[in-house]
Design a protein around this ligand. Structure first.
Ligand code: SF4
Length: 460
């Protein structure tokens, strides 16, 4: 007679991930760790033994969204653990939602995993316990397979007046360069065609570890943005192609000049995301911005001389306390001259705990609105002209999504050029896709039309 032992069902985790790409990477790490502990993922509230809500606590509006998401998870499932940036405000969360099981703060991976173990103990048994500890398993990704965020550090050493990230996430803590490169290599081997390097301040990578050197494939490599960029530029996909490598949150420190030639050589994607936030010196000073230097326009020009195709994206805050009409006009003139490719703008919003809240001369809401509209109009015009100049050119485009054939059998697809980061920039809408085109393919596209934000083209 044979006896059979049935495997115990793995406990299931639901995940609601809010906030920025950095928070998304945290969610991926937590889930990867939980899966290594024998948990399974639940795509819906109903099937989950416990729901994790990874919150964002940066702006008051983000906090409201986080509290609403916690409320929804409690109503739908009832067993909720909160983590992430808003976890620093455990009292506010418990006051709004006394039923939460546990609250842990930003990137406290151990604490959140422990809370899950406590409130949904992992299933145990002779087979489950033999599950290999992630060595053979790919990490869990919440982004599509073809692009991945690569987080190189946590925290920030600056103290910008409008920002509470250093309070939420602590001082800069850089990851080891060999660990970052190993992760990048693994992601590329698993199908990533585009790596998005993120942190709070990518240019400062390794400052806290004195740019600690590690051995990487027999050579010393420093924890430094330029070494990182060069090594990432040397990675190859299974098909032998260089993956796209985008640098986000780069402050224009002098060493940024060194990565521009790598873009010209095709080792790095010609794209820089630099959060300038403003241009008027007096506003930047009150904002306490790092790398607040006057020569940015000259440097933009020299970068374009070296790499004419470089796309520069940035974000700006309008209506910062004390911003005068002259300050704002300075910003507009600066933007006209800088000719940035992509611009995001925000109206200043006080964040609880930020130093800027104590500044005098708040800008009235209608003035903020009016400045915001003017800035958007100028930047949309610049963007439209820059995109119109691409009509007729052939550009590489990475495919994000392939559609169904229409009545004439034509298949459309949506992708992005090298000037477009996922989620934040524009798209390239394509016709003439072949049925075997797939997400992550990089194809050449003739640009046929452009509008303010997007391109339209035909796959060659
Ligand atoms: S650089 Fe400034 S805005 Fe960016 S995370 Fe640091 S303190 Fe915040």
């Amino acid at each position: 007679m044979t006896t059979t032992t049935s495997l115990p069902d793995a406990k299931k985790i639901g995940m609601v991930s809010l906030g920025c790409p950095k928070a998304l990477v945290d969610s991926e790490r937590i889930l990867t760790r939980l899966r290594a502990d024998g948990y399974a993922m639940s795509p819906d509230y109903a099937g989950a033994d416990v729901v994790l809500v990874n919150t964002c606590g940066f702006l008051d509006s983000a906090k409201e969204e986080s509290l609403a998401a916690i409320g929804e998870a409690i109503n739908e499932n009832g067993r909720v653990i909160v983590t992430g940036c808003m976890g620093e405000e455990a009292d506010a969360i418990r006051a709004a939602h006394p039923a939460v099981l546990a609250v842990t703060g930003a990137h406290q991976y151990e604490a959140v995993v422990e809370a899950v173990h406590e409130h949904a103990p992992p299933s145990q048994g002779p087979y489950v316990d033999l599950i290999p500890q992630s060595a053979q398993m790919p990490d869990i990704k919440l982004t599509p397979r073809h692009y991945s965020y690569l987080k190189i550090s946590e925290g920030c050493n600056h103290s910008c007046a409008f920002c509470i990230i250093p309070d939420l996430r602590g001082k800069l803590a850089s990851r080891r360069i060999d660990a970052v490169l190993r992760e990048a290599e693994k992601l590329v081997a698993a199908g990533t065609q585009e790596l998005l390097v993120i942190s709070q301040d990518t240019s400062a990578y390794g400052v806290d570890t004195r740019h600690e050197e590690r051995d990487w494939k027999g050579s010393p490599v420093r924890a430094h943005m330029t070494d990182l960029a060069r090594e990432l530029g040397g990675l190859r996909t299974a098909q032998g192609n260089a993956p796209w490598v985008r640098l986000h949150y780069v402050y224009p420190y002098p060493h940024v000049d060194k990565v521009i030639p790598l873009m010209a050589e095709g080792l790095l994607t010609p794209y820089l995301d630099i959060p300038f936030q403003h241009a008027a010196p007096s506003v930047l000073k009150r904002m306490r911005r790092p790398a607040n230097e006057a020569k940015v326009l000259e440097r933009l020009k020299s970068w374009r001389d070296i790499c004419p195709d470089i796309a520069v994206r940035s974000s700006f805050v309008v209506g910062f306390p004390g911003e005068t009409e002259d300050d704002f006009k300075y910003l507009i003139d600066w933007l006209e001259e800088a000719q940035l490719d992509r611009v995001g703008a925000f109206r200043f919003e006080p964040v609880e705990g930020a130093a800027a809240n104590a500044l005098p001369d708040p800008v009235p809401e209608p003035v903020k609105e009016e400045r915001y509209a003017r800035l958007m109009e100028v930047t949309a015009r610049i963007s439209a002209a820059k995109l119109a100049a691409k009509v007729g050119r052939t550009l590489p485009v990475i495919i994000d999504e392939v559609g169904e054939p229409d009545e004439d059998g034509d298949i459309g697809a949506t992708g992005r050029s090298q000037a477009d980061a996922p989620e934040i920039d524009g798209n390239v809408f394509l016709r003439g896709a072949s049925p075997d085109l797939a997400a992550g393919d990089i194809v050449n596209v003739i640009v046929e039309e452009a509008d303010e934000h997007d391109l339209f083209g035909l796959i060659t």
